[in-house]
Design a protein around this ligand. Structure first.
Ligand SMILES: Nc1ncnc2c1ncn2[C@@H]1O[C@H](COP(=O)(O)OP(=O)(O)OP(=O)(O)O)[C@@H](O)[C@H]1O
Length: 297
């Protein structure tokens, strides 16, 4: 069977700024349409990856290709739309004027009217950019990212600072665009965003991809259970029990991740027969993210 061509391909990709190693050798192959989320905490290397893919930063070593072309070439640029975190747009132009201007950069753009309709901008298309709310600005930026009818869109933290309604509105527009056969690569700090939007989630930590799977696979990867209770047994002792892979203390509760819940619990009960408020649950994706981004696999 013929494989679909790579939209974003990286092999042993490294990027350093002086002595700071932002990306420490990642391998990545994004093929076909859909929404791909790169999830990670501050400084994980997400923006560096996007800037390298756009040709705004030079890679230090390894290979990086965007739709089969080197980053930053005209061929690549024509097939890419982008929202960066620090998008600086002319304040005095209206939304419609900005869309018209951006459309002129691309060989086969959507019409301005279609773009306004796809992004539901009708109510403020004739307003100057500086008069828009934060949520409206993000939607206008998204319109600028898609007006060129690109195959690939990079969205760097597209919903940071938006309230939940504005965030959900933008998610709906992003989903619709992916359904048209486009590829969207977005970075986010929000697990909920990745869970709601993405077909595939890549978790980045300290310049490395520590997990790469569908939201449900990431959940499956987290074997075992989370035991939560109030106990007098110390953190140090809990850590050493059979099956325990991590322990955290939250207020009066200890949270113990165990891959052998029966054995861990039996040891906990013999150490502290009075432990109370016990619950045992499957780990949430959030727990998995926390553990993986601390390097615990
Ligand atoms: N222009 C630069 N010069 C020097 N160091 C940089 C530069 N850009 C990023 N870094 C460093 O590279 C590392 C990765 O930063 P990057 O912005 O890629 O992370 P991020 O995952 O996007 O973080 P955030 O979620 O905060 O945006 C950090 O240690 C950061 O300080």
């Amino acid at each position: 069977m013929q494989q679909s061509p790579s939209i974003l391909y990286a092999s042993n990709l490294k990027k350093s700024y002086g002595t700071v190693e932002a990306i420490k050798g990642i391998n990545l192959n994004i093929q076909g349409s859909g929404v791909y989320a790169i999830l990670g905490q501050n400084g994980a290397g997400k923006t560096s990856l996007i800037k390298c893919a756009l040709g705004l930063e030079k890679i230090t070593s390894g290979t990086l290709q965007v739709i089969g072309s080197a980053p930053g070439t005209l061929q690549a640029k024509r097939q890419i739309g982008v929202i960066l975190q620090d998008s600086d747009l002319p304040d005095l132009l209206t939304v419609k004027e900005q869309i018209t201007l951006f459309a002129s950069y691309y060989p086969t753009p959507f019409s301005v009217e279609k773009t306004i309709e796809m992004c539901a901008l009708e109510d403020f298309a004739d307003k100057r950019y500086k008069k828009l709310s934060g949520g409206q600005k993000r939607r206008a930026q998204f319109a600028l990212a898609i007006v060129g009818n690109p195959q690939l869109i990079f969205l760097d933290e597209p919903t940071t600072g938006l309230d939940i309604e504005a965030r959900r509105n933008l998610w709906a527009v992003i989903r619709d665009f992916a359904k048209q056969g486009k590829t969207i690569v977005l970075t986010t700090h929000y697990l909920e965003e990745a869970e709601n939007l993405a077909d595939r989630i890549m978790i980045m930590n300290s310049g490395i991809i520590v997990a790469d799977a569908s939201p449900s696979e990431i959940q499956k990867q987290s074997k075992g259970s989370v035991i939560r209770c109030e106990t007098s047994t110390s953190y140090e002792v809990l850590q050493k029990l059979t099956g325990v892979s991590s322990v955290s203390i939250s207020g009066r509760f200890s949270e113990i991740h165990s891959t052998d819940v029966n054995q861990s619990l039996s040891e906990m009960l013999s150490l502290d027969p009075n432990l109370k408020d016990l619950t045992v649950n499957q780990p949430k994706l959030e727990d998995v993210f926390g553990r993986l981004s601390q390097g615990v696999k």
